[in-house]
Design a protein around this ligand. Sequence first.
Ligand code: XLS
Ligand code: NI
Ligand code: NI
Length: 431
Amino acid sequence: MTEFFKDISPLSYDPKSTGLAFHHYNPDEVVAGKRMEDHLRFAVAYWHSFAWPGGDPFGAQTFERPWFGDTMDLAKLKADVAFEMFDLLNVPFFCWHDADIRPEGDSFAQSLRNFEEIIDYMIGKMESSKTKLLWGTANLFSHRRFMSGAATNPDPEIFAWSAATVKNCMDATHKMGGQNYVLWGGREGYETLLNTDLKRERQQAGRFLQMAVEYKHKIGFKGAVLVEPKPQEPSKHQYDYDVATVYGFLKEFGLEGEVQMNIEQGHAILAGHSFEHELAMATSLGIFGSIDMNRNDYQSGWDTDQFPNNVPEVALAYYEVLKVGGFTTGGTNFDAKLRRQSLDPVDLIAGHAGAMDVCARGFKAAVAMQEDGTLEAMRAERYAGWDSSGGKSVLESDFVSIAARVLSDGIDPQPRSGRQEILENIVNRFV
Ligand code: XLS
Ligand code: NI
Ligand code: NI
């Protein structure tokens, strides 16, 4: 045991507790035919909890962690503390970038040796832990070599470096029994069109993603390949803007059916959407995969990656997920970090515990809305005309015969209420 969480005991479900406990999340509670743990599939994000130093655009590190530094011993200490936190929280999954878990070496080969050693160290820890890997991913955005992008870089050597890195991260994810592999194109976009060949860059990104999919099949990785849309930050414009944009991209490069979406609350907001919009778009296109759960500050307009705290928002999000039967390989990854004044180990535990409770409340509300059925019944009733034989024949017809029929039948359609307030009142009964 390390000293880091020395005063903190494992959390349990104890609704009456006034201390650190779960007040709504009971992993063993059966809801809609499954244990809550198996529905929600919570994951801890290694980068925010263990690698982020607490900086912001105006100030540097605020956190002091005993594992900060660039040696393998410190990387192992970080892993020890991480697995202690997974146990305290009883989370079934975690996620990493290569750069979160291993020190950067002074060559590609040295970085790879460091990475492989840490992966084996973690696999050793996983033998005595319940926590599995939800997904792995490559950090192709922090180091200065990626300042002009990874796959979309004007320099083919950076494409090659990035491809080799993703190959190694996919190998490690596969070896760890990971359930998905994620690609987030942090710098796959541009700062100014004046120096950017947009057509070429999109083609490079498309070929890169094809290679990742080809490699997945080559090594027999059975998990899903997920793309995480985000409109901007750090780039001014990112090519994976939102779910609908990525779908067009997948179609263009023949990857629909191969790649699914990892949808993040804060990114949806940055794109000018709601979280439930992005989820509904993905489920309707058949490309929903997983969730990065967090929230943005609605005033600052930045991707602030805060822990979720809005039950109605979370309920509407899970309601969309439940409509397609819930997660398969995906889960709820807390891509969320502490505020930089939240210095203490207890803050890390409380941030996650609170978020798990918020998600549990939202999820249970979503299940209750689904089981009640009124919302779906009202939606179905709104479209009932399209299910009638007359409605179906409209779509099988053409302008000429429709125009003739509109005249001959003398049709006179009457507007009907959309019932938005009544629907919102129904939601309010459950949240
Ligand atoms: C950043 C992204 C990142 C991805 C993984 O905004 O959300 O954390 O989830 O690279
Ligand atoms: Ni993000
Ligand atoms: Ni994310």
